[in-house]
Design a protein around this ligand. Structure first.
Ligand code: CA
Length: 224
């Protein structure tokens, strides 16, 4: 899951990014409204955290501009102002939710989870493909009742595959959602990570059907 943080206060932005990375999210920072706009229309994000008071273009303008561009990424407004007025304007401008500063990191995570929950209403956020289960909240991966330990990147990759189960994902899509903008990705990085994941979730289970499939010339998918 990749998140864009649009926040001009460097310390706040860095703290949020670090916290999100500890929670296995990938995060990019934009320090102005215009920079945020440029990133949001070029890159694919799963959530945008948007400060209101920003240089360049303010958060409300940015939100409206993105919606006009038909970019429907969920937007969580972060505002220092607690005035009802701003919230109403923000939500009317196309924001999905808002959070008043100062907020606890737990609260921020809860809102992000709510915004990235699949549209289908389910009681748990557990992702399941055949007998493989991934719990995004507890960072648990289990197959055949056996716990599988993954690195952060492997976990992020598997989560992305499972959220899009049965869809073919290209290497570019995978890179976009699993690595941040500043990462140095070599063309075979995705292959290497897919290879590692296969060892742990497929090859480790001898009598089980492999779940990760290579679709020649297109990319990868996970399916039962
Ligand atoms: Ca600000």
């Amino acid at each position: 899951m990749r998140i864009l943080i649009v926040e001009d206060e460097h310390r706040i932005a860095a703290t949020i990014k670090k916290g999100l990375e500890q929670e296995r999210y990938v995060a990019d920072i934009a320090y102005s409204g215009t920079e945020g706009y440029d990133l949001a229309i070029v890159e694919e994000y799963d959530v945008i955290l948007l400060d209101i008071m920003l240089p360049g273009m303010n958060g409300l303008e940015l939100c409206r501009a993105l919606r006009e561009k038909k970019i429907h990424t969920p937007i969580l407004m972060l505002t220092a102002k607690s005035q009802i007025q701003d919230k109403i304007i923000g939500l009317n401008g196309g924001a999905d939710d808002y959070l008043t500063k100062p907020f606890s990191f737990e609260e921020l995570l809860a809102r992000i989870r709510a915004l990235t929950r699949r549209p289908k209403k389910t009681l748990s956020n557990m992702l399941t493909v055949a007998d493989l289960q991934l719990d995004p909240q507890r960072y648990d991966v289990v197959r055949k009742h056996r716990k599988i330990s993954l690195t952060n990147k492997e976990f992020a990759l598997l989560e992305y595959l499972m959220r899009n189960a049965e869809s073919i994902l290209t290497k570019d899509q995978i890179i976009t959602h699993v690595w941040d903008y500043d990462s140095d990705i070599l063309p075979n990085t995705v292959e290497v990570y897919i290879g590692n994941l296969r060892k742990k979730i497929d090859f480790a289970f001898k009598n089980k059907k492999p779940l990760i499939k290579t679709v020649r010339g297109f990319g990868y998918k996970i399916s039962p």
